[in-house]
Design a binder for this molecule. Structure first.
Ligand SMILES: [Cu+2]
Length: 585
């Protein structure tokens, strides 16, 4: 058995186990929907049974999709965003095989609903002057970053950072523009697993994502990488965060402590260190909200003892998850087979491709795929997120319920099942990343600064800086890269955290290998595209860091793209940098 230290999964290990006795086995309570009949983005009531997102499969190597991004103001003032198919279905799961062609027509149907509420940023026009109601700009060159602009990022895919593929710095589609076409081929060697799509308009990413603009993308064939999965029913769970439905409510009386209410630098509920109290954001599971303070879980029925593959996406804008499945309050073993779209045997190791864990940490943007066994008949089961210690400067991510699982012999099967007799996947084309010597070593660091150092209530600036450079917020008008690398190279990046809150490092276009976690070597058999960087507590002799082996070998990485914190209010606030990968010759 390969011994692996999963840094992410142990990050919140010492925190208290969730005791959600109030909801154990009790039926979900249905509340009235927030909005009336004409809502084009209907959302289920709390306590509802979760529905699976619509599956769209490629046919003969092609998947063609029409998506419209719509927004809508709720009665509580927050703005809902939804990706709609022509028939009205929301946020479909795009399912493609390696080598398939994706053609996606994106239509921007956003309304200028009160821009102050929509995004914290200021509209930025990169190339040329802002001209309201001007002739439509070339969406490939527009660079317009405004509350009603949008685009798409295909998180985790190694497709080129060029317009109509996976480019987010200049690509900007305006309301009323003709449908914008994304068209690219999934690389033949893209690892099978869970990826996702969401908007990436600098300054406004958080508003759109927290409003619900996100969906899953599955690269099929996980059972070819891991034959132990053959024939398993599978389901996609998308966990999103959203503005609190009951922001003024006191914590539930069933909570063992009543923590002091604190506000962090972003204006969200601050981490109070107890694991309880008001969260920064509510969560939802496949759009079924699980609102503070009572957290009525969404519900799901499974056959007793049935094994399923669950593909879980943390599509939250700012919320960390630490998932556990409890039967009668006892944490169950979850068989992890993939992280961030990469199977656990990506290092070429044919065996030991399942790691059994009783909790799984998942930063915003990250994914995990694991085997679950349904509860026995009559045993109440609950998928929960346990608290995550985000540091004294971080948000409050308390213990809470997500999904009540009930066993029933007549439970319907999920809509998709993995192939029963898969042909084994070919081994990866390139040598395992861990065995390649880095051509360069670079150090970057996350930091935060009060705009007025004498006023703790002043706005905070967020930076990711190459060590030696002056911290500056990301400037979408600048074409000057912070880092230049050569295609074909592998590099080691040390990412330090000089702030007192947890950040989640993400880079577009590539995956990386976590080499060490705060100075401790780790040996992971898979790759990631998003990773926690532990916070500085003000007393440590060194800033905490992670060491990442960055893979620029794929020719698809040539071009200019971004790396950033995946807490989207930090990214929108400037915690992003520009990298250019130049051709090998
Ligand atoms: Cu951050």
């Amino acid at each position: 058995m390969v011994q692996i230290r999963y840094a992410l999964w142990s990050a919140a290990h010492r925190l208290p186990l969730l005791l959600l006795t109030a909801w154990m086995g009790s039926p979900g309570i249905a509340h009235a929907a927030v909005d009336g009949g004409t809502d084009p983005c209907p959302r289920p009531a709390p306590g509802s049974a979760i529905a699976e997102p619509r599956d769209l499969h490629s046919v003969d190597g092609v998947l063609e999709v029409e998506l419209k991004l719509h927004n809508h103001r709720e009665s509580n003032g927050s703005i809902r965003y939804c990706y709609l198919l022509p028939g009205g279905a929301e946020a479909p799961t795009l399912r493609l095989k390696p080598g398939d062609l994706l053609i996606l027509h994106l239509e921007n149907d956003l309304d200028a609903v009160d821009s102050e509420a929509v995004g914290a940023g200021t509209p930025v026009h990169v190339h040329g002057h802002v001209k309201v109601h001007a002739k439509p700009a070339d969406p490939c060159m527009s660079g317009m970053m405004s509350p009603t602009a949008t685009n798409l990022h295909f998180h985790g895919l190694t497709v080129p950072p060029i317009c109509h593929q996976d480019e987010v710095i200049k690509t900007s589609v305006q309301p009323g523009d003709p449908a914008f076409e994304y068209r690219f081929r999934i690389p033949a060697d893209e690892p099978p697993g869970l990826y996702w799509y969401h908007p990436h308009i600098h300054g406004f990413s958080k508003a759109q994502v927290i409003g619900g603009a996100s969906g899953a993308l599955v690269i099929e064939g996980l059972e070819r990488a891991n034959p132990m999965l053959a024939g398993l029913p599978e389901r996609v769970l998308v966990i999103r965060d959203q503005d609190l439905q009951n922001p003024d409510a006191p914590p539930s009386k069933s909570e063992p402590v009543v923590p002091r209410m604190l506000i962090d630098r972003d204006g969200d509920s601050a981490n109070n260190g107890t694991g309880f109290g008001k969260p920064a954001k509510d969560l939802s599971v496949n759009f079924v909200p699980v609102p503070y303070p009572d957290y009525p879980p969404a519900s799901l029925v499974m056959k007793p003892g049935e094994r399923q593959l669950w593909r879980v996406l943390n599509a939250s804008a700012i919320t960390y998850l630490n998932l556990a499945l409890l039967f009668n309050r006892a944490p169950q073993q979850l068989g992890i087979v993939g992280i961030d779209g990469v199977p656990l045997n990506r290092n070429g190791n044919p065996a030991n491709a399942i790691e059994w864990r009783d909790h799984i940490g998942l930063p915003p943007g990250a994914r995990v795929e694991f085997i679950v066994t349904g509860p026995p008949s009559g045993t109440p089961a609950l998928l929960v997120t346990r608290t995550v210690d985000t540091g004294q400067g971080g948000e409050n991510d308390p213990n809470r319920a997500l999904l009540a699982v009930t066993a029933a012999p007549d439970a319907p099967e999920p809509q998709s099942t993995l192939a029963a007799s898969p042909t084994p996947a070919p081994p990866p084309r390139r040598p395992w990343l861990g065995s390649v010597a880095p051509a360069h070593i670079r150090k970057l660091y996350f930091s935060e600064k009060l705009r007025d150092p004498d006023n703790p209530n002043s706005a905070t600036d967020f930076y990711i800086t190459v060590d030696g450079d002056t911290p500056t917020p990301f400037d979408p008008a600048s074409d000057i890269p912070n880092i230049v690398v050569k295609q074909g190279d592998v590099e080691d990046w040390i990412i330090e955290n000089r702030s007192t809150e947890l950040h989640a490092f993400h880079i577009h276009q590539i995956h990386f290998l976590l080499m060490d976690w705060s100075g401790t070597p780790v040996d992971e058999p898979f790759l990631r595209d998003t990773v926690n960087v532990p916070y500085y507590n003000g007393r440590m002799l060194q800033y905490p860091s992670v060491r990442l082996r960055m893979d620029f070998r794929d020719p698809n990485t040539v071009g200019t793209f971004v790396y950033h914190c995946h807490l989207l209010e930090h990214e929108d606030g400037g915690m992003m940098g520009l990298i250019r990968v130049v051709p090998a010759e």
